[in-house]
Write a protein that binds this ligand. Sequence first.
Ligand code: ADP
Length: 245
Amino acid sequence: MGTKSDIELIDKNGKRLDGRGPEDIREVKIETGVLHRADGSCYLEWGGNKVYAAVYGPREALPRHTQNPLRAIVNARYNMAAFSVDDRKRPGPDRRSREISKVISEALERVVLTEYYPRSAIEVNIEIVEAEAGSRCAGLAAAGVALADAGIPMIDIPVACAAGKAGGEVILDLGKEEDNFGEADLPIGYLPRTGEIILLQMDGHLTYAEFERALDLAIGGCLKVSELQKKALMEKYPSPVGGEQ
Ligand code: ADP
């Protein structure tokens, strides 16, 4: 979390820099099946984040020594484009992108029914073309839609959202300045159907009570984004007439 700054992150009326209240999420737009070469795909905008997710597989895991005879492996690769941030980012993997790829892969392995596809690999490519805080949550939410678009069986569509603390207040879905200069950031991955938390990271400091409040807010944010995921999938795959009760 950031260094001290003179920026007033929350004004005396409780409004944040972009005019949001403490419990408001940035605007989220989701489109399914936007990339025609991949087995499943998603384009997602979340505030200033713009993210593509593309899924390939399940297909034979290669090289063969990576195969698990009992289940599929899920390889998520999170990448931030060089032009995704104000100062050009050095292209290629770095410690941060390896860490995010690892936690997203582990989160997805909990939700995909991997035992259906022994010796296989499911590749999930997450490309951040514009980043503005919260890109790992946007990436995980986009991956969930792309996996569903690819027809991969899952116990639920995974979703994600962050909460945290900035300007002394617990708030939902940190923006760029809040992430840079705030006190804490708590991104979570969540399964709305089971209530399971599949990813939880924390940067900064929260009291126990603040943590509980932030977790509640983040789960509320996940439920909102989950509705938008389902809407985007329904737009591409409308129920047959009379199919929906
Ligand atoms: P998240 O995007 O999941 O919140 P971080 O908290 O690590 O992940 O990053 C917050 C934001 O900082 C990113 O969304 C991005 O806008 C910016 N950022 C991250 N890495 C870099 C980088 N190498 N160069 C410039 N900006 C970066």
